[in-house]
Every structure is written in C-alpha cells, then in structure tokens.
Design a protein around this ligand. Structure first.
Ligand code: ATP
Ligand code: MG
Length: 569
C-alpha cells in the first residue's frame, strides 16, 4: 500500500512524541460530517490520518461529526464509509459518532456552568454578531454574563435555564449556551463562543431525543479527548480555533473529566485545478442538475472517481505526491492524471475499440487463407492472459486514421497506401467509395497475406492502427468526459459561471468481442475493471445501463482518461 509522503512535518512530530515517550502509541481520526459525499480533498485527510496510524502501528477512528442534523442523512453516511473502504482503508473498531457523546457533552456543559464558565444568553444571532466586535475593536459583554447588568444570571439560574433548554421549554433559537471566555480577545473564537443552540430537528441517530445540539468546536475537541486521540490533524482554517480547542480541554482535563488532551495539528487543504472541493458547492451542482448525482463520473467525489474508472492506487499515489504542508496549493490537474495513468498502465487489460467508425472491406479476405492472431491483453503483464483477434471480411477502423488528401507528416492510411492492422496483417487501400453526397462511406482494401507477424518484404510500413471486426464487435454507449469547468481556478462565489457545457459527449462504440470478458455480470461496482481501448484511452463499464422500460441491459462505458503516449503516427 502506498504510504503518505515519506517525510512531512506531522510525521516528524509523531516520531518525536514516540521517541520522547510522550506517547507509546498513536491514535488519529478522520471526522467527516455526513452532509455530502467525500471529495478529493477528503482523500488527502483520509490518506494522511489512516497512513500515519498504519505506519506507526497505531489506530485511526472514523467518527461522524453529526451535530448539524438538518443537513445530515444516512445515505451520506453510507457513501462516506464506502468511499473510505474503496480508498483501501479500515477504521479501528466500530464507527464512532459525535452523537455517541451527547450525554457527556451535556454533562460537561453543566460543569462549565457550575464553574461560572458558561452562561445562558438570550441575544439573537444578529445581536451577537453586532456585539462581537472585529479584529480592531473589542466585543461587548452580553448583558447575561455581566454582573453589573440587571439581566445577569447566577450559576443556579444558568443551570436551571440550561436544563429547561434541554427539556424543550424554549423556542428554537431563543437561547444559547455560551462559554464565558474573553470578549476582548484578539482571537474572535474566544469571544464567548456559543456551544449549544436550540433546534428541534430529527437526528439520524438520536431521533427526537434532543432539542439542543452542541456546536462543532465544542464537540470536536471533547470527542477527540474521549477517544484518546493523540494527534488531531485538520485543515488550516481550524488554526484560529486551536486556542478554543485547548481552552476547553485544559479545563476538562484539570477536572479529570477527559482522559487526555490531544494535540491539534493543521495542514493546508488540497485544492485542485478545474475542481471545486466543497460539499456545499458540489451539492449545488447536484441540485442544479448539472451532473446526474453525487457519483456522476465528472464529480471529484470518491464515488464519482471510482465510477469514472480511477483506481484507488492511482488516487493514493496522487495524494502522496501532493505532500503535506502548511502552504496553500492549487494542485496541477496533470499531476492527478499522471498518477491515475501510471497505475492503470500496468494493470489495465488492453483491447481494441472503434469510436468513430469507417467501414473497410478486405476484398481478398479468404476463409481458408486469412488467419487470426492471438494477442496478449497486456504487453508486459502476461497474467492478464490473451485472446484471438479474429479478423473478418468487413472491419471498422477509426475514421481519422484515413486521409484522402493526407496532410504533411500523416503516416496512417491514404489512397494507395499501406498500414499495419494491430495484431494482424498489413493492408493496402485500393479504392475509396463515396456516397451521393461525396462523403467517404467505405474503403476497399487488400490484405498482404505475407505480413502476419512479420515485416513486409522490400518496403517499410510505418503506421499501425486499431480495428474491430464489423461482424463480431459489440456496440456500447460510450460517454466521453471533459472538465466540468472551463477555468483552472474555480474560486469565488459564482463558480457556476465557469461550467463547461460540453463536459459530456455520448458516442456509440464498437468493441472487440473479448471486451465482454471484462463486463461485470452483476452491478457490483467494486468488481468493475478499467480497461484500455488501444490508442484511445482508459474506459470502465458503468453500472447504470439497465433500461427500466425494456429491462434490457445496455452496455455503457465511461471514459476514464486519455493516453499520454500513443503509437499513432
Ligand atoms: P467541505 O467544505 O467540503 O464541506 P469540510 O471540511 O466541512 O469540507 P468535513 O466533513 O468536516 O468537511 O471534513 C472532514 C475532514 O476532512 C476534516 O478534518 C477536514 O479538515 C478534511 N478536509 C476537508 N476538505 C479538505 C481538503 N480540501 N483537503 C484536505 N482535507 C480536507
Ligand atoms: Mg466541516
């Protein structure tokens, strides 16, 4: 299994912590919110957390950060588990949930109230915003925390009110519980952050048991501590939240309410050219109907990339190459493509398919004389086996492998010219047949029967082209994809302005019969195998090819990625 980049600053920290005996074993975690499918940015956090645990013989938890019930669904949670497994990782023990700790989180909130460190506040969100101040001005104390104010609440009053909040005695949004820290702190996160709000929403796991829900910052650090996490790796936007993380945990640790105080370490987010890495924006694409669901092969989601035919190995290779640091980056899209190709190149069986057919009649085809060759599915990987490339009287070649008036440097088929058919004979173009409209509809060619597996005598034939037997090929719907966006940096609010209207093109493909060997017999997508159509690129069968009306199965291939090198010329 590919490991995350050999050296990065987080690995160095862990190494030190183990050497100095600060820890004897490490525990990391991946804490997604089940409010969408995982995307390529998450792949970075997954690879980092799981690989570190693996490398240092520790453990990595999967914990759903399920504190925002209105946006969270079970479908999202399942898709996240599936994505992680597909990437090749296994979490330690049972799946964990922030909601597993709702009771403790509540008790700890009472503890903070008892210590005079939390209070119930009636300010609306808008009022709170007004009183918060900004980077140059201090905030104003809430009247409910200020002992000089008539609204001031004692510890006992706060406790009673908080219990009443829990018991459903107040309207949604009418009260919050806030930590009492410092309204003039230069760090806005320490200006009396809200830790509980009233919200009557059904929760996917706790149902209607709670009408108050804890906020992310409060929940996250406590969940980490309760699970004994040693290193809590997250993205840089949480750097300013670290003082709050530490504030909460140092109080709870002092009171021995939590077993440890994990260390939060931030690294920079993965951003990728031509790609949005935000669940909110991806959701917008789904809602707008720009794509057909979260796992559309154009989506940068883990399940979209799987359906596109990317391999988990290729994706891990890419993540490894992006490294781990604190500097912002917008990774070059070619790095992703190169990594995906690099893996597929060694494992994908290669067959022939024609996507833009031109009919060729082999005029001297003769059943008794014309022979078909056996060819390996991969030039270096014999384990993939071989098949017979059966030639027939009528074949298809790619229309652009023929030019009636060849441009300079064109080395494929031309009138009177010769070409090698891949895994078969050299043929010569004797006649170009045109329809009434002057368009070329057929080529009549003759086989040089003396060229099977050997060079023609007395002359050189440079080009090699792929072909399929017209009689034996099967057809499939082939979906060709381009980037979803026309700009490499898809930043800012209005990313929909850069949508590429031509990101999907559908053509009919003619595929050599052995292609059927690589079609899954059921819709078990994990068995889907990406194959190479020689000279065209990598393609993967899609699982949506069942027609509900006719109950018939249509074969669909998604184009994974093009080839870097072709043996075109
Ligand atoms: P989004 O903005 O897409 O909703 P998020 O950070 O809110 O992302 P979470 O489900 O909270 O999504 O993320 C789970 C973990 O994945 C977090 O630890 C987060 O830091 C990490 N993560 C999210 N996006 C990226 C990214 N682009 N690069 C690296 N790690 C990421
Ligand atoms: Mg988040």
């Amino acid at each position: 299994m590919t490991e995350i980049a050999a050296n990065n600053f987080i690995r160095t920290i862990i190494d030190e912590d183990l050497k100095t005996g600060k820890h004897t074993a490490i525990i990391t975690r991946f804490p997604p919110e089940p409010n969408g499918y995982l995307h390529i940015g998450h792949a970075k956090a997954i690879c980092l957390n799981f690989s570190l645990a693996k490398e240092f013989n520790g453990q990595c938890n999967l914990r759903f950060d399920d504190t925002n019930p209105e946006k969270e669904t079970d479908e999202y949670a399942r898709s996240i588990e599936e994505g992680i497994k597909w990437l090749g990782f296994t979490w330690s023990g049972e799946v964990k949930h922030a909601s597993d700790y709702f009771n403790k989180l509540y008790q700890f909130a009472e503890y903070f109230i008892e210590q005079g460190l939390a209070y119930v506040c009636d300010l609306s969100l808008e009022q709170m915003r007004m009183q918060r101040g900004d980077f140059t001005t201090s905030g104003t104390n809430s009247p409910y925390r200020d002992p000089h104010h008539e609204y001031y609440r004692s510890i006992e009053q706060n406790l009673l009110l908080f219990r009443s909040m829990k018991n459903g005695e107040f309207a949604d949004g009418s009260k919050t519980l806030r930590l009492k820290i410092d309204m003039s702190s230069p760090n806005m996160n320490l200006r009396d952050p809200v830790i509980y709000r009233i919200k009557r929403v059904h929760h996917i796991r706790t149902g209607d048991k709670w009408c108050i829900y804890p906020m992310y910052d409060y929940t996250h650090c406590i969940s980490d501590a309760l699970e004994g996490i040693t290193h809590s790796c997250c993205t840089l936007e949480f750097e300013d939240h670290r003082p709050l993380y530490d504030w909460i945990l140092s109080h709870l640790l002092k009171a021995r309410l939590v077993p440890c105080h994990p260390r939060q370490i931030e690294f920079s987010r993965l951003e990728l050219q031509y790609t949005v890495t935000s669940k909110r924006k991806l959701n917008q694409l789904v809602e707008m109907g720009v794509v057909d669901g979260w796992d559309d092969p154009r989506m940068p989601t883990l399940l979209g990339m799987r359906r596109r035919g990317y391999s988990a190995e290729g994706l891990r290779l890419f993540i490894e190459r992006t490294g781990v640091s604190k500097s912002p980056n917008n990774v070059d899209f070619t790095l992703l493509e190169t990594s995906i190709r690099e893996h597929l190149e060694t494992v994908a069986p290669r067959i022939m398919a024609v996507l833009n057919p031109l009919k060729v009649v082999l005029t001297n085809y003769n059943d008794g004389v014309t022979v078909s060759r056996e060819a390996a599915f991969h030039p270096q990987n014999a384990e993939l086996g071989s098949r017979i490339c059966t030639i027939s009287k009528n074949i298809y070649i790619e229309a652009d492998d023929f030019q009636e008036v060849p441009e300079e440097g064109f080395q494929r088929l031309r009138p009177g010219g010769e070409i090698r058919l891949r895994h078969s004979y050299v043929i010569k173009c004797d006649e170009v047949v045109k329809g009434l409209d002057g368009k070329i509809i057929q080529l009549n060619c003759s086989i040089d029967h003396n060229t099977l597996g050997k060079n023609p005598e007395g002359r050189k034939v440079k080009g090699v082209i792929h072909w399929v037997s017209q009689e034996l090929a099967f057809t499939a719907e082939v979906r060709l994809y381009e980037q979803l966006f026309t700009e490499d940096k898809v930043d800012g609010q209005d990313f929909t302005r850069f949508l590429n209207p031509d990101s999907l093109q559908i053509v009919t493909g003619y595929i050599e019969p052995s292609g059927k060997d690589f079609l899954p017999d059921e819709t078990n997508i994990s068995q889907f195998c990406t194959i190479q159509f020689e000279r065209l690129g990598y393609f993967v069968p899609d699982f949506t090819g069942v027609d509900i009306n006719t109950k018939s199965t249509k074969v669909i291939f998604n184009k994974t990625i093009g080839l870097k090198d072709t043996w075109k010329k």
